[in-house]
Design a protein around this ligand. Structure first.
Ligand SMILES: Cc1ncc(COP(=O)(O)O)c(C=O)c1O
Length: 392
């Protein structure tokens, strides 16, 4: 049987994730700065709450949209944390299987064949495939090291065509750690107000900001609630990656279209994960999200260390103000980002991810995730220093 002949052309032309290649090589002798996930356990009180309910209750499907109480809590959270307010009801919120599914649903809900979605690059690996699997075309706008990887409104304006359906924003950004200040977002908002272009804003790293910076959501700017779908989830802020819990909040009709796909293809997000989400938010409101604050403090110390270490090794590293990645330039080594990561892995057993895994615009950089112990980070930087001496 010719299996290749059976596989769709669209799936065939999507390259495999450039991140996975490195994870699959990992064993205990390696230090990983590769995987983008918190190294903390899910907070104890969340696990206890779910364990209690699992002991005493059935685990049924939830409603397709997700647990109503969780959706109420999410509305409250979006308002309290990011000033996103004005939704009519919990019908503006859909609970999904991670932000990942929310990205997929948003694309499938809005795209007709040939519709364009503007995506800023370097960016998270799933955006372009999600657009293409939904029949759309991803139109890249490059962000640059010298602009601290912020997205320029003029470049967005220049990329708009009559086929532009949406602009996918992802700040804080994976892999660059870039954030957008209010005026940066205001400039983008100015471009889309008065048009029928939707903003899809992946805010999965919104809680993880540093240097005293608060996350600003484009949905909180005047006139933007009605033209923005906010995607978020529990993976990063609550150390809940494996629970698979995310959500979308946005205009009722767009959320209803996403729900239509979701209810047929997924039924609902996992019920115990939704219980975990309830505990995360209820507890968080009681003590101003102390568990998350604790994790951020730890990340902050590691972030400071790793930025300074890269710069002192001569690998120029921007100061990322969000997420938990640094994205130093390795151009001075003369290696491509893939060569650098392959050789670092083979010679020093350090896992990093080539910038090219996040699009061509990421070439010349490597992504290092500092959501790992300080001890491992210090050892990794020592070995990277040795590696640089060997190759220079
Ligand atoms: C920018 C971005 N969006 C979405 C996701 C997926 O998040 P989730 O675990 O909620 O599916 C990730 C995961 O790394 C990410 O980096």
């Amino acid at each position: 049987m010719d299996y290749q002949d059976l596989i769709s052309n669209c799936v065939k032309q999507i390259p495999p994730s450039g991140i996975r290649k490195y994870f699959d090589l990992l064993d205990d002798s390696h230090i990983s700065l590769g995987v983008g996930e918190p190294d903390f356990p899910t907070p104890d009180r969340i696990r206890k709450y779910v364990a209690g309910r699992l002991k005493n209750e059935r685990v049924p499907y939830s409603s397709n949209s997700g647990d109503p109480h969780l959706r109420e809590l999410i509305l409250r959270f979006l308002d309290a944390r990011y000033g996103i307010s004005g939704y009519e009801s919990i019908e503006n919120v859909l609970i999904t299987v991670g932000a990942s599914q929310a990205i997929d649903l948003a694309m499938r809900a809005i795209l007709n064949p040939g519709d364009e979605v503007i995506v800023h690059e370097p960016c998270y690996v799933s955006y372009k495939p999600a657009v293409e699997l939904a029949g759309g075309i991803a139109v890249a706008v490059t962000t640059r090291h010298e602009d601290r990887f912020r997205l320029k409104a003029d470049e967005v304006r220049a990329a708009i065509t009559p086929k532009t359906k949406a602009i996918l924003l992802a700040f804080p950004t994976n892999p660059t750690g870039a954030i957008m200040e209010r005026e940066d977002l205001e400039a983008i908002a100015k471009v889309v107000r008065g048009t029928d272009i939707l903003i899809i804003s992946d805010e999965i790293y919104a809680e993880l900001t540093f240097n005293g910076k608060q996350h600003i959501s484009i949905a909180s700017l005047p006139g933007m609630l009605e033209r923005t779908v906010v995607l978020n989830g529990f993976s990063k802020a609550f150390s809940m990656t494996g629970w698979r819990l995310g959500y979308a909040a946005g205009p009722m009709e767009i959320i209803a279209a996403m729900r239509k796909v979701h209810q047929l293809m997924m039924l609902c997000a996992p019920t115990p994960a939704q219980w975990a989400g309830i505990a995360a938010l209820e507890d968080g409101f009681k003590d101003d999200f102390a568990d998350t604050r604790y994790m951020i403090e730890q990340y902050e110390a590691r972030r400071r260390y790793i930025i300074d270490a890269f710069n002192s090794l001569g690998l120029s590293c921007n100061e990322p103000e969000g997420a938990f990645y640094v994205f130093p330039s390795i151009k001075s080594t003369g290696l491509s980002s893939e060569q650098f990561c392959d050789r670092l892995l083979a010679n020093k057993k350090i896992v990093t991810v080539p910038g090219s895994a996040f699009s061509k615009a990421g070439e010349g950089h490597i992504r290092c995730c500092y959501a790992t112990s300080m001890q491992d980070i210090e050892e990794a930087m020592r070995r990277i220093g040795d590696f640089l001496k060997e190759i220079r």
